[in-house]
Design a protein around this ligand. Structure first.
Ligand SMILES: Cc1cc2nc3c(=O)[nH]c(=O)nc-3n(C[C@H](O)[C@H](O)[C@H](O)COP(=O)(O)OP(=O)(O)OC[C@H]3O[C@@H](n4cnc5c(N)ncnc54)[C@H](O)[C@@H]3O)c2cc1C
Length: 398
């Protein structure tokens, strides 16, 4: 491959994560001729995410249950405190991310999408009636013409920058993870760990994604902290509270990744480019959770692009932008404010927060972790736990 490719695709999708693979599939299902370009040599390898998610949301997105591990207990570890939240039936889960992304690639292929690996998108420019996407593959630099391009390159947001839609993200979290073979880890329990020593300006986690396999990670906020999270992994691994679960654990893979920590981006449509997933900040900045949003935004963006190709009218793209914004604006804005407040926490405040979680009903903890800040939740909490409700309202307004 080199030079300019002949012919014109309807859609070029840049990036083969959850947003890109979902967008490519739904655009393909709508009848568009779709080319997806992914810089790595496999989908989901390396895995740069830990896969925490919510069962009902994944079911609504059509994610098969064999792709996630249900969780029945979340343990919060503060500097000197611990809170345990148990669920009668699992609502939280951990995805087998690699298996999911490869399944998404199979589904995109079945929808007629051309999948191209080891091809890095380097730029784009609008031209009459479409976009020229610039890329570099095994055969050298090339350009591909299309009617619409989808930016699903994650935090890099390569196309959004290329067409001048947005500058690079200023605030990001950087996470380092160990994927461990951990034969004694209870598969139904996960841990969230906070405090200045182990996760300055961030948090650490232990997420079992199938029996015997666990992702242990640390995420820190940039520019708030310049700590290298890779240096903190050993300290988390050595935590006495994890000694039983991580006995005989051995590393199988180590990786690192970035996630934007930013308010919902707008616009996300312009210059022939549509953004979905992390490139559009479609992720909750509360705990850096973005997979289900990327799946949903990708599907919706792909459908809109497919419709725009069929009708020759860009209106569905604007509708996608408006609908997404309306649906997520409030919750993401609260998550962003809470994130800003938590970033400044010192150990005493973390301990107090973990204690508060210990006396909070599990349904409210789940709703909050899920970035579901509908007023009716706080009203319901106020009926049974008025002081706690007042405290959470103050935190959200901080
Ligand atoms: C350490 C860590 C832990 C996380 N934990 C969770 C979690 O527990 N639960 C959760 O829901 N979310 C989590 N997230 C966030 C989640 O991973 C993202 O929100 C989600 O992956 C976004 O999907 P995406 O498709 O938009 O982008 P990505 O998943 O980042 O996919 C982008 C794809 O584009 C490719 N790409 C990038 N640049 C180019 C280019 N120039 N040309 C071609 N291809 C390119 C990449 O290789 C990648 O395949 C975590 C993130 C990190 C970093």
């Amino acid at each position: 491959m080199g030079g300019e490719e002949g012919g014109m695709h309807d859609v070029v999708v840049a990036g083969g994560g959850p947003a890109g693979l979902s967008a490519a599939r739904t655009a393909g299902e709508a009848g568009a001729r779709v080319l997806l370009l992914e810089r790595e040599s496999a989908f989901g390898i390396p895995t740069r995410t830990s896969g925490g998610s919510f069962i009902a949301d994944l079911a609504a997105l059509g994610v098969d249950p064999d792709l996630y591990n249900p969780i029945t207990e979340v343990r919060f570890l503060g500097p000197t405190t611990e809170a345990v939240v148990r669920f009668e039936r699992p609502v939280v889960c951990v995805l087998d991310v690699r298996a999911l992304y490869q399944r998404l690639a199979e589904r995109a292929a079945a929808a007629g999408v051309e999948l191209r690996l080891r091809t890095t998108v380097t730029g784009a420019r609008a031209e009459a009636g479409g976009v020229v996407v610039e890329a570099r593959g095994a055969g050298g630099p090339t350009t591909v013409r299309c009617r619409h391009a989808v930016d699903a390159t994650g935090t890099a947001a390569v196309l959004a920058a290329a067409v001048g839609m947005h500058p690079p993200y200023e605030r990001r979290a950087v996470g380092a993870e160990l994927d461990l073979a951990a034969p004694h880890c209870p598969p139904g329990t996960c841990w969230l760990i906070v405090g200045e020593r182990l996760a300055p300006h961030g948090y650490a986690w232990v997420f079992p994604y199938r029996p015997g396999r666990v992702r242990l990670g640390v995420g820190v906020m940039r520019p708030d902290s310049d700590t290298d999270p890779r240096r903190l992994l050993d300290a988390v691994l050595a935590l006495p509270a994890l000694a039983g679960a991580l006995r005989d654990a051995q590393p199988v893979e180590q990786h690192a990744g970035l996630i934007p920590v930013a308010p919902l981006r707008t616009p996300i449509v312009g210059g022939g480019v549509v953004c979905a997933g992390d490139s559009a900040s479609h992720a909750s900045s509360l705990v850096g959770e973005g997979i289900r949003y990327a799946l949903g935004a990708g599907e919706a963006a792909g459908r809109a692009v497919g419709e725009a190709v069929r009708s020759g009218d860009p209106a569905p793209l604007r509708r996608f932008e408006r609908t997404w914004h309306a649906r997520h604006r409030r919750d993401f804005a609260v998550a962003w404010r809470v994130n800003r407040a938590l970033t400044g926490f010192v150990d005493a405040r973390w301990d107090a927060a973990v204690e508060a979680i210990g006396s909070t009903p599990p349904w409210f903890v789940t709703a909050s972790l899920r970035t579901d800040f509908r007023p009716r939740h706080i009203l319901r909490l106020g009926l049974t736990h008025p002081r706690l409700a007042a405290r959470y309202v103050r935190a959200a307004r901080a």
